[in-house]
Design a protein around this ligand. Structure first.
Ligand code: PMP
Length: 423
């Protein structure tokens, strides 16, 4: 029974039971129409309402300003690794083209020659690699545009024995200098799900009047704390951790990155420059122009996300996401405090300054495989599920997403106590 277990899976993750109960009904017979939510047209008035409600709830929770657009795509988080590159590189190239065109007029050969030089010399995408997801994103960027255009401005493994778990001080980052035009964008992953590393705050070196475009992956800490949306050009995340079920990604995009303010480069010119032309389903201007309905959007998934987010709006009212943030922090503190209390048995993997509130990664008995197995099977017997660390790093990971209740966190704490005392 659902009420017998607490689930700490990293994604897909638990969803609020009342939402799932309503979903079960909505799948069969939505609003008493005799049809279920997976059967209605994505262009129907009902679908439009679902889309509008989900956007409204997210806007209310995160205080999203009017000059930002919300997009829903089927890309998953990984699809956005590619989408950010396609879209922002295309805009960058178009800006350069327009500038050179002013100087060379109709001379197409000269324009292409100069643009090629500019791309060769100046196109840089800055990545802060702080865990395995930002690493993957940087690898995708290199696959798409060539490694010569990807500047890994920080690699957290360097100062940490080749492992993730720290974020180097900003003074050690090698961002593409703003004086020389800056990068096309700076990318980071706000919360690294596998490594349990979360940025404690927005990096100061990415602020200022001439700040670069900033893209952040918030897949695993979306709607878990306040975010100053204006600091970002693009925020994205897959829904399947804090927001909903697998199937959609949500993108919050600065409107000035869309036409008429920013235009994409023509596919022909991108090809001539040996730069990639992205698939139309990842093209932000196309998705925005069509209110996320360029192609068939899984409306059921949007409905679930909307229900989860509206639930938080109702629960916390004027506190907005701050209400959820306080609870997330409380649960995380409870668990970390217990791990620290028994430091002879448990070891938190990441550095204290960057520990994730969402994915709590630790080792038991120094990572002894047999003992960790026993720890996990003991947990399962108590109904504490999904605690196994990611296969690439092993160990234990307790994911503390929004749908994990205070009772769930307390049950985990009680088990941690019992296990440590018996050890
Ligand atoms: N980014 C982060 C931070 C993630 O945790 C994940 C998935 N766990 C992804 C991206 C990839 O998402 P998807 O599986 O939806 O492509």
């Amino acid at each position: 029974n659902r009420s017998d277990v607490h689930y700490f899976g990293a994604g897909p993750a638990p969803l609020p039971t009342p939402v799932l109960e309503r979903a079960a009904q909505a799948l069969l017979n939505y609003k008493d129409k005799g049809l279920g939510l997976c059967e209605i047209s994505h262009r129907s008035p009902d679908a439009n309402e679902i889309l509008a409600d989900a956007k409204q709830a997210l806007t209310a929770l995160l205080d999203i300003p009017d000059d930002y657009e919300i997009l829903f795509l089927q890309s998953g988080g990984s699809g956005e690794f590619s989408a950010t590159v396609y879209n922002l590189v295309s805009i960058w190239v178009e800006k350069k083209r327009a500038k050179i065109a002013q100087e060379v007029g109709d001379d197409k050969d000269e324009l292409l020659k100069r643009l090629k030089m500019v791309v060769d010399e100046e196109l840089k995408l800055d990545y802060l690699v702080t865990g395995s997801w930002s690493l993957k994103a940087s690898q995708e960027a290199a696959r798409l545009v060539g490694a010569q255009h990807v500047n890994v401005a920080a690699d957290a493994r360097k100062a940490n024995d080749g492992k993730f778990g720290k974020i180097a001080p900003e003074s050690d980052w090698s961002l593409t200098p703003r004086a020389s035009g800056g990068p096309a964008f700076v990318y980071f992953c706000d919360n690294e799900t596998v490594d349990g590393v979360e940025f404690p705050a927005f990096p100061a070196s990415l602020e200022g009047d001439d700040a670069p475009l900033v893209c952040a992956d918030m897949s695993s800490n979306f709607i878990s704390r306040k975010v100053d949306v204006r600091k970002y050009a693009v925020i994205f995340g897959g829904a399947q951790k804090n927001i909903g079920n697998t199937g959609i990604a949500i993108v919050i995009l600065r409107k000035s990155l869309l036409p008429p303010v920013s235009n994409s480069c023509s596919p022909d010119l991108l090809r001539a420059l040996n730069l990639p032309v992205g698939p139309i389903v990842l093209d932000y201007p196309t998705i925005a122009k069509n209110n996320s309905l360029y192609n068939t959007l899984p409306i059921f998934d949007v409905w679930i996300a909307g229900q989860v987010m509206s639930g938080l709006v109702s629960a916390y009212g004027a506190k907005k996401i701050g209400g959820q943030e306080a609870i997330s922090n409380e649960k995380a503190k409870m668990i970390y405090d217990t791990l620290e209390k028994y430091s002879d048995v448990y070891r938190v993997v990441p550095d204290k300054t960057v520990r994730s509130r969402m994915n709590i990664c630790f080792r038991v008995h120094g990572g002894d495989a047999e003992k960790e197995k026993a720890f996990l099977s003991g947990a399962e017997k108590k109904g504490l599920l999904g605690l196994k660390g990611h296969r690439s790093v092993g160990g234990i990971r307790a994911s503390n997403y929004n749908a994990v209740s205070i009772e769930g966190a307390k049950a985990l704490v009680a088990y941690l106590e019992d296990y440590a005392k018996a050890a």
